[in-house]
Every structure is written in structure tokens, then in C-alpha cells.
Design a protein around this ligand. Sequence first.
Ligand code: SF4
Length: 259
Amino acid sequence: MENRRSPAIAAFVEALEEQADFAQVRIQRIGTAFELRHVADRECPADSLASVPFNQLRALAQDTADGAFRPLKSAPNLRTGWRFDARDEDQMTGAIDLLYPGGITDWHSRNEPDHVTSYKRHTDRQTGMYRITAMLDKGSAESVFAACCAPRFCLKNRRWSYDGAVSVPASEWDLPCLEPCAVLMEFARKAVRITQEPTADLPFSVSELDTLLASLSDDPITEPTREADFADPRNSRRRALLDQRLRDAREGIREQPQQ
Ligand code: SF4
């Protein structure tokens, strides 16, 4: 039977020589077969890693090592300690698609601005509960992108901006982000709701702002809350957004002329 590969898969296979790191997966060619493992396990003997069958790869990508659901498959928290032996190119690309759904197609479109959807275009066509995401002005929206898409939260390289496409430095195996994802949209919705809440008039001094910023800085992705639970005030992305607001406030104080 004729093997009808998509242009994206054909290009991915053609670009792969001996070895490549795609997001957190190392792909190693072994003759006509391949071995996939976590990049952090690159030095581990193969027999020290658990051999995972193809039909378990989706489940592997579902949860972190601590058992927390991974709403964003491009988050840098893919678990370690496994390997997958792909018998051929089709099984290798199928495995990548289970670990990074749509990743090969996006990779193939990484240099095509026509495939990019800006935040404004994406939110202007939202209906229902996500319509309010269009209410964020450009500055507020960019703060949301910076907090939500930071490398510690997502390995994708964002190619869109508030109102267009952006050109960014990228490696050959770059995993591009071509449009706002569901996690970002939910975060943007929460950010709009936060701006609509009553505010407190709290005149913090520089030192007090520094203390607040220091307390926010110790915030690895191994947070106690669920990654996309934006109702939780301890959520890491909410803390990152607040961190930016506080930094802006601190800069504003510094710019005031000395009396
Ligand atoms: S929108 Fe941001 S968080 Fe979502 S996939 Fe793209 S870069 Fe990652």
C-alpha cells in the first residue's frame, strides 16, 4: 500500500539526520529505527529506562511525575525515565504527535507568517464566555502573553503578537506557537475579570514592593495548584502577572524626581 505522508511529516523525516531534540524529546536514529527518550535522560543506559509501548505514549504525556494533569503538552514538565523504540519513521512521527499534538504540523509552518493568527484576530472571532478576552488593550494583553508564555511555563516559541506576526530567533527544531492556545485564552479571561474587580488603595513604598516581589520570585512550575486553575490566587501564571504589575509600579516610583 502506498505510504501517503503529509508534507509536514515528510519534511520532518527528511530534516532528521542522526539525532534531534524536539522540545523535551531526544530522537535518535538507529539504522531504520529510532529511539525516543526525555532529553534529561540523554546519558542514561537504555536498559535503565522503562520501555513504553506506542499505545501508552498519550497517557505518558497526560500527567506530570507528581500525577498532576498537564493541560499544556508543550509545558516543560514531561516526565522522565522512559524510552520508546520506534520501528520506523512512521512510528517515530506518530509518537511525536502523541507527545506534542500538532507539533510536527506547526514545526512545518514555522516560517510561514500566513499560518499565524494574532491575539486580536483570534479574540475578535470568539463567542460566548471568551468574548471578553477581546476587551484587553494591547499593553494589558502583552502582559498576559509575557506571564502565560514564559519559557518556564511553555516551550513553544510564540510567533504571534497582539495584532500581527512576530519574527523570533529559532533553532532548526523549534516548536512554534502559531495562535493563542486554550490555556492562554482562559488566562486572558481571568485577567479581564481581575481588571473589573474593585481595587484597594494601598500606597506601598519601594521597600515594601521589593518584599512583595521577592516573595513572588520563588515560584517554580512545581506549584501546589493546578497549572490552569486560574481561580486559585496561588496559581503561578497569576503570580507572574502580579509580579509584572508590581515591577511596573516600582519603576514608576523610581522615575519620580527626588525632592
Ligand atoms: S499561547 Fe503561549 S502558553 Fe499557549 S501554547 Fe502558545 S506560547 Fe504556549
